[in-house]
Design a protein around this ligand. Structure first.
Ligand code: ADP
Length: 625
């Protein structure tokens, strides 16, 4: 139960247990109270019905006593108050009636004229008891209060009946009830331990009691005396012996007396306890089983949730590998697990798509930056071209004037030799200046001569022928590789100039590095829809800081008088004018490779151009380039 170590989970489990326990405890308490009330009501009913039954039995018995008394009152010996026969008669009756203590016959004055029990000499006096007076006075039977028997000397209640002759009351038959014996009869009634049956008179005095009668007979029960009829059928009372009981009451009109059956309240508890024990046992067992099952489920649930949480944490940490599908206890968790797996797959796809997009964007950014650099360079070169074109144009006119004037001077003869030499020098320098201006004009895309189909192999052959001797002198090996037969559409001289410029630069760079046995490789080959020419050398190459400036006019690293810085810029202008590309690369020899690419002329056009080079065709070829 590792999850119980988690504070919030533990708090939740406790709260849940309390939430379950509270109604169960309330239910149990309610059930226990209900059971107690029911058992108490049962006991009250039991006491009530036993009291009613016992009262009916006693009433019936008293009715029997009345019948015996009536019969005796008619007996001649009794009517005659004849002592001897009356004694025998009463003794016979007493033998058959154990509940009767004695039967005494007295005359109107109270003198004993017969007794079931032998009368001692001292007792044969005239004792006038109130009941004798009452019966003589009323001529009706009466029931006395609790008293001590005249002959027996025991506590008794007298039922007194008149004996009449010719409508005159001549005597009284007194039948004493044996209260002590009544106790043994009560004892025979099956009742729970500690129960008691009590007979009380209307003053609340105990007449008979099933337990400890000697102690309590004649005592008042303590309760305020209530007429037996008015006493409730059942009640809960503290008895004379200090025991609390449920009492069932039944009146006996013949008395009037009250017969009470008391069952201790503790009996109810004794009966309830096993029920309570059983109920609590079942509840405790059920609750324990419920808690165990809940904890097992909670454990399984938390274990699977934990696994899912680890999976999600892994995803959160960036690991998007597919989560492992494990066994889960219920449908909801399975759906949750499937949702996580789908989510991880979607995240993986999204991540891959994002990576692809980022890569594409990076490449696009690189292309864009390269294009931007290219545009900036072209813009700058174009601006320089416009500038150079203007300057060339402006310089050309005064230069023509100088050359014209010099030629005029030359013709004015005779001129001294010195002057002629000076004029010759002016002509040479002016011619050089014109050549520079022409080159500048070419840079600013002013083509010289009409274009035609050019075979780059012919161009290379021309250049090799021009430079062979010089290269041999410098000990530089020149190799040529031609791997295409395709032609380009351009001006032969211009392309030759560009190639020658590349070769001269390569030679000069090798020479500047004072390298013996240098190498130059000239290659021509197909590059897609273009034909490309490379001039590769093993010189020192170009410094990175110089790379951006290579194709700018007047950029040179050569000593004054040797380099003009126009070769590459003019070459750039020429190649650009044919829609080609020119550039520089480092090479595996550690030197420089300068190249240009020109669109290859299509074969059909090549054939027609070889026969006819009309301006019309020229235009159509131009547009196809
Ligand atoms: P110039 O040759 O008159 O200097 P270019 O325009 O032909 O003018 O060349 C410009 C510069 O480019 C050179 O001064 C040199 O620094 C560099 N360069 C050209 N070709 C090479 C090469 N093959 N190796 C090293 N540097 C070169």
């Amino acid at each position: 139960m590792r999850f119980l170590r988690d504070q919030p989970v533990r708090r939740q489990v406790i709260a849940l247990t309390c939430a379950i326990l509270a109604p169960i405890v309330v239910g149990l308490a309610w059930s226990a109270n209900r059971t107690r009330t029911e058992r108490e009501a049962e006991l009250r009913d039991q006491a009530g019905s036993i009291a009613t039954t016992a009262a009916a039995y006693l009433t019936q018995y008293l009715g029997g006593v009345d019948s015996v008394a009536s019969a005796l009152a008619l007996h001649p010996s009794v009517v005659d108050l004849d002592r001897e026969p009356s004694d025998r008669l009463f003794a016979t009756v007493l033998r058959n009636q154990p509940l009767l203590l004695n039967i005494v016959l007295s005359n109107r004055q109270g003198m004993i004229r017969g007794s079931g029990l032998p009368v001692r000499a001292s007792q044969s006096v005239t004792v006038v008891y109130p009941y004798v007076m009452d019966v003589v006075a009323t001529g009706r039977p009466i029931v006395s209060e609790l008293m001590t028997g005249v002959v027996s000397g025991k506590p008794t209640i007298i039922m007194a009946y008149p004996v009449s002759r010719a409508d005159d009351v001549v005597g009284v038959i007194a039948i004493g009830l044996d209260l002590a014996h009544l106790q043994t009869v009560f004892n025979d009634v099956p009742l729970p331990e500690g129960s008691v049956i009590t007979l009380t008179d209307e003053k609340g005095r105990v007449l008979a009691r099933s337990r400890d009668s000697e102690r309590y007979i004649g005592k008042f029960s303590g309760a305020h005396p209530v007429a037996p009829r008015d006493v409730p059928r059942t009640q809960r009372l503290m008895g004379l012996d200090g025991v609390e009981r449920f009492y069932g009451n039944a009146p006996i009109d013949r008395g009037p007396w009250l017969l009470s059956v008391g069952i201790p309240t503790s009996v109810a508890m004794t009966r309830i306890t096993p029920l309570w024990r059983r109920d609590f046992g079942i509840a405790a067992l059920g609750l324990t089983a419920f808690l165990v099952v809940s904890l097992v489920f909670a454990h399984l649930f938390s274990r699977d949730l934990n696994r899912l949480r680890q999976g999600v944490q892994r995803i959160a940490d960036g690991d998007l590998s597919p989560p492992v599908k494990g066994p889960v206890p219920n449908l909801e968790l399975r759906q949750l697990q499937d949702a996580f797996i789908t989510m991880a797959a979607n995240l993986r796809n999204a991540h891959a798509a994002l990576d692809r997009q980022i890569e594409q964007e990076r490449k696009m950014r690189e292309v864009l930056q390269s294009l931007q650099r290219q545009v900036v360079r072209q813009e700058r070169l174009a601006a320089v071209g416009v500038l150079v074109s203007g300057v060339a144009h402006e310089l050309n006119n005064p230069l023509q004037a100088i050359l014209g004037t010099v030629e005029l001077l030359e013709r004015q003869s005779p001129l001294p030799q010195d002057a002629l030499e000076e004029i010759g020098f002016i002509k040479t320098q002016s011619g050089r200046a014109r050549e520079i201006i022409r080159n500048l004009s070419r840079f600013s895309t002013q083509q010289s001569g009409p274009p035609a189909l050019v075979d780059l192999r012919d161009v290379i052959a021309e250049v090799v022928q021009l430079r062979r001797r010089s290269l041999d002198d410098s000990g530089i090996a020149l190799d040529v590789e031609t791997m295409t037969t395709r032609k380009v559409y351009a001006n032969f001289t211009e392309i030759e100039q560009v190639t020658l410029n590349f070769v001269i630069n390569a030679q000069q760079s090798i020479e500047a590095a004072a390298r013996r046995n240098g190498r130059i490789l000239v290659r021509v080959f197909d590059a897609g829809k273009k034909v490309r020419l490379d001039v590769q050398d093993d010189g020192p190459g170009v410094a990175p800081t110089d790379e951006p400036k290579l194709f700018q006019p007047f950029f040179t690293t050569k000593p004054v008088g040797k380099g003009t810085g126009l070769g590459l810029s003019v070459s750039y202008g020429i190649i650009e004018s044919y829609g080609g590309a020119i550039g520089y690369l480092g090479n595996e020899w550690g030197g420089a490779t300068f190249y240009f690419e020109l669109p290859a002329a299509d074969p059909a056009t090549q054939d027609r151009h070889s026969d006819d080079q009309s301006p019309l065709l020229h235009r159509s070829v131009s547009s196809s380039l």
